[in-house]
Design a protein around this ligand. Structure first.
Ligand code: KIV
Length: 386
């Protein structure tokens, strides 16, 4: 486990951003932050400690970025109270920055060592670079998506329907989600791994934080839960502990039973207002992005242009900053139901059926013993996947 104890912190200096020499001269592992008002601050604390940055010290609407490294020490998330004095000094630097410059946008300097997984999603939004996200619940799928260059992999509680055979996500348990998160985490090197917090694991802020920490310990780098205004205390408990958080508003699958189905959101003026309030709230609570699930396309567009964090749409039209899909829908691996907004790119279920029939035929072949290839005796087949 990586030692998360912060190194010595130079008093965070405020430097004009054009002093790029100063930025370039910073020691390895140093972080710099650049404000929109053209001032930069440099500290030589290791990037990992930013996990402990309480979001309330950053002005509402300020950018939230994630200069943490993949597989960061989870100790950093648990020992906030025990952090040494140097940490307090760094916090003071960050707070001072936020206090002096309300519109401060913290950005990772381009020359910092990047984690690969923690992209600056807010910057991608600003540049119009679309964010891509897909679900994975196991090692091979996570690894294949990761190798394909996807930005975000979500261990979604949709696992309940497309893998576990439940009717909806409301039967998914925390243990099941942790199990799948651990499997997916083993396959991810580049993408940001986000884990879904299942229903009734975030009923209170304390429970939400405890659950979020379990997911970080299982290998997730961020967590997601459903809700906006009604969940602000839970979201703040998570973000103020420094855990990256993805919000989810619009149609909330964990409420499907109360709602009586998967209904599009944003049809009425009151729904539009509620969605806008949710979006603003989750941004201010420190979310780094927000999933918009089956929201009217024009409302998704309005939300996208209103908030500073990226919107990741699912069935919410083309104007979101990114798109997410359940991988089983995308590749045609759950043929019994495909949402209307999905155009599958493959027919994997058909391939499985075809291969399975071929195997049955070969096994029951004309000779009676089948014609499957036989490994010569004494030859061991290696099982390594690397
Ligand atoms: O559970 C899930 O897969 C999700 C996405 C579809 C957004 O929440």
């Amino acid at each position: 486990m990586r030692d998360a104890t912060p190194g010595p912190v130079r008093d965070a200096k405020l430097l004009p951003a054009r002093h790029s020499k100063a930025l370039r001269a910073k020691p390895p592992g140093a972080r710099s932050t650049v404000c929109r008002n053209g001032r930069a601050s440099v500290s030589d604390a290791p990037a990992e400690i930013s996990l402990n940055r309480p979001q309330r010290w950053i002005s509402p609407g300020a950018g939230y970025h994630h200069p943490i490294r993949k597989r960061q020490s989870t100790a950093a998330l648990q020992n906030v109270a025990e952090l040494p004095r140097t940490m307090t000094r760094l916090r003071f630097g960050v707070r001072r920055c936020a206090a002096f410059h309300r519109a401060c946008v913290m950005e990772r300097a381009a020359d910092l060592p990047t984690s690969g997984s923690m992209k600056d999603f807010r910057k991608m939004k600003q540049c119009g670079e679309k964010i891509t996200a897909l679900t994975a619940y196991d090692y091979p799928t996570a690894r294949l998506l990761d190798e394909s260059g996807i930005d975000i992999i979500l261990v979604g509680d949709s696992v309940g329907m497309v893998v576990l055979g439940y009717e909806d996500t409301t039967d998914v348990t925390l243990d099941e989600m942790l199990h799948h998160t651990r499997a997916a985490a083993r396959g991810v090197k580049q993408a940001l791994l986000v884990a879904d917090m299942p229903i009734h694991t975030y009923d209170t802020p304390e429970q939400a934080l405890e659950t979020a920490r379990k997911f970080i310990n299982a290998g997730a780098q961020a967590v997601k839960l459903e809700g906006g205004v009604d969940r602000v205390a839970q979201i703040e408990a998570i973000t103020q502990a420094g855990i990256p958080f993805m919000a989810h508003i619009g149609m909330l699958p964990q409420t499907v039973r109360e709602q009586g189905g998967y209904r599009i959101k944003g049809r009425t003026q009151s729904e539009v207002e509620a969605l806008l309030a949710d979006a603003r709230t989750v941004e201010h609570a420190g979310a780094f992005s927000v999933v918009l699930e089956i929201v009217m396309a024009d409302v998704a567009k309005q939300i996208t242009s209103t908030i500073g964090i990226p919107t990741i749409g699912i069935g919410s039209g083309e104007h979101c900053d990114g798109q997410i899909l359940v991988t089983h829908d995308l590749i045609g691996l759950f043929p019994w139901f495909t949402p209307k907004f999905v155009s599958p790119e493959a027919r994997v279920a058909e391939e499985i059926r075809r291969a399975s029939r071929a195997f049955i035929e070969r096994t029951r072949g004309a000779s009676g013993v089948g014609d499957l290839p036989v490994i010569p005796s004494g030859v061991e087949e290696p099982r390594s996947s690397n």
